[in-house]
Design a protein around this ligand. Structure first.
Ligand code: NAD
Length: 517
């Protein structure tokens, strides 16, 4: 059977060999820019003249590629294709299904630099961020393949005299996968393949901002020869395609990762029973965050400053786990702030398709406008200590300068609302007790971190810090598959713990079978 699961390791781009391979991959992708990619419905490639154009956020005149915008009718056809493929795929041996995933992982691993380069072009990830995203996609596939083999033996149960009893897992049916752009490969592939390996048939609706990554991934699925209808791709607008997928009576599960607003809308839709529907739709919803790093008076301030700058500004603050609030016990505020500023002011920014920078562009004009609007709000709500002005290269790419406000009130908008960009709010607390209550004061509960040397405080955080992913004495970003299963509390989602040992069960029914001899 398969070897035990191990996470992919990262490369060091300051070394000549990885840097050379990345440059080669960027050149390869440059030679393939501007191509058009179809939707995949029931194994057929479907195109029309209505296109979605993907541009390089750091160089907005550069077209990465185009895809066909699916219609409501295409989405309907994709659901019917998935429904038709389900009887055979659901009966396919789970170990065979797992082998498909391992094969896809092997192809991605061979092309890891190329996929990372596509991500650098399409969503402006810096080299290491892009490599980490591709590595995480591979991890999800390898891990879920092994998990399915484990779960195929059932859950085990207590023996009962004169009977054979088993608790087994069954596939559910048609799964609509609706994914975000910020982990355009890892999250999209992880959500899609977890549903497939559990014996379901899938329609993937990727984010409008990252269609090419999804199209390239579907090329790999084609190479792995999935039976027609098991994996379907419909690119297009959430308001059009997403609405059909979530509202259809044949949809059994909705697997969604994205914003709070869309997640709550889908939750409501999932609860509505439409004519022809004979089940309660299951909704797996992973949503936004207002993630917080707490710095205690007795803590390693250098380590905290380093963790904060990495968690707040890597990928321009566009991770759901990104640190957007620092809550610091006031006696160490000035020291921490000076160390944060020293580090943050050295961050380099540029188009990552031309070199290896610390930061690059945000995803689109809407993001630039949103972050700049929060800069204006922040100017009224706090004391600006870094950034806060438009970026000089704003015309050529969606650049936003890293921005920090301090002396922010715990109830200020920049302390409560998800901004999803490189804007950090620092809030002073009287003591640890106060800090913990500020940390827990938003409606979100995704990630959080505490830097402290006090055992009592670390233990209290384990119990009282209301987040799905808590990190003690390290930054709040960078979860690894099956090391830190990922998912949030409260308005951050249904706590599904992607990349964890309970995840696949969310995509299956448990059936108890009892035979009397
Ligand atoms: P988004 O909610 O705007 O879009 C996500 C997906 O939903 C896209 O594919 C979009 O087309 C689709 N969609 C939009 N309207 C829809 C509708 N009416 N019906 C069905 N689908 C619809 O989010 P985004 O901007 O792509 O991603 C950023 C957000 O995702 C942030 O809030 C971030 O915190 C969150 N996120 C959360 C996690 C997590 O694990 N909790 C991970 C990554 C991102």
């Amino acid at each position: 059977m398969f070897t035990p699961f191990e996470n992919e390791t990262y490369v060091d781009f300051s070394q000549p060999e990885p840097a050379r391979k990345m440059r080669e991959a960027l050149d390869l992708v440059a030679s393939e820019l501007g191509k058009d990619y179809p939707n995949i419905i029931g194994g057929k490639k479907i195109s029309s003249d209505d296109k979605l154009v993907s541009v390089n956020p750091a160089n907005i005149n550069q077209i990465v590629g185009t895809v066909t915008k699916a219609t409501a009718e295409d989405a309907e056809q994709a659901i019917l294709a998935a429904y038709a493929a389900f009887p055979a795929w659901s009966k396919t041996d789970p170990i065979v299904r797992a082998r498909y995933l391992v094969r896809v992982a092997a192809i991605l691993r061979r092309r890891i630099y190329e996929f990372s380069a596509w991500m650098t072009y399409e969503v402006s990830k810096t080299w290491l961020e892009a490599y980490a995203d591709t590595a995480e996609a591979i991890d999800f596939l390898e891990f879920y393949a092994r998990e399915m083999v484990r779960l195929s033996a059932g859950n085990g149960n207590t023996p009962y005299p004169g009977e054979e009893n088993e608790a087994r897992f069954m596939p559910m049916g048609v799964v609509a996968v609706i994914s975000p752009w910020n982990f355009p490969l890892a999250i999209m592939a992880g959500m899609t393949m977890s549903a497939v390996v559990t014996g379901n048939c899938v329609i993937t609706k990727p984010a409008e901002q990252s269609p090419i990554l999804a199209a390239k991934f579907y090329e790999v699925l084609e190479e792995a020869r999935f039976p027609a209808g098991v994996v379907n791709l419909v690119q297009g607008l959430g308001e059009v395609v997403g609405e059909v997928l979530t509202g259809h009576p044949l949809t059994r599960v909705i697997s969604f990762t994205g914003s709070r607003a869309v997640g709550l809308h889908i939750n409501k839709k999932a609860a509505e029973v439409v004519p022809g529907q004979k089940w309660i739709k299951r909704a797996i919803l992973e949503m936004g965050g207002k993630d917080c790093i707490v710095v205690d008076d007795d803590s390693d301030i250098d380590a905290a400053a380093e963790g904060i700058v990495a968690a707040a500004f890597s990928f321009q603050g566009q991770k759901c786990s990104a640190c957007s609030r620092v809550v610091v016990v006031e006696s160490v505020h000035d020291l921490l702030l000076s160390k944060i500023l020293t580090r943050a002011s050295k961050l380099t920014m540029g188009d990552p398709t031309t070199g290896d920078f610390n930061m690059s562009a945000v995803i689109d004009q809407e993001s630039v406008d949103r972050v700049e609007a929060y800069m204006e709000i922040g100017a009224k709500e706090g004391r600006l200590v870094l950034g806060g002005t438009p970026h000089p290269s704003k015309e050529s790419g969606y650049f936003v300068v890293p921005t920090i406000f301090t002396d922010v009130d715990r109830n200020a908008r920049i302390a409560q609302e998800e901004i999803f960009g490189p804007l950090l709010s620092i809030i002073k607390a009287k003591d640890f007790e106060d800090a913990l209550s500020i940390a827990n004061s938003t409606e979100y509960g995704l990630t959080g971190a505490l830097y402290s040397r006090k055992r009592e405080h670390l233990e209290r955080a384990r119990h009282e810090f209301q987040v799905g992913n808590l990190y003690l004495n390290r930054k709040c970003t960078g979860a690894f598959v099956d090391v830190q299963p990922f998912g949030g509390f409260n308005m951050s989602g249904t706590d599904s713990k992607a990349g964890g040992r309970d995840y696949l069960q969310l995509l299956m029914l448990a059936k108890s079978v009892s035979e009397r001899w």
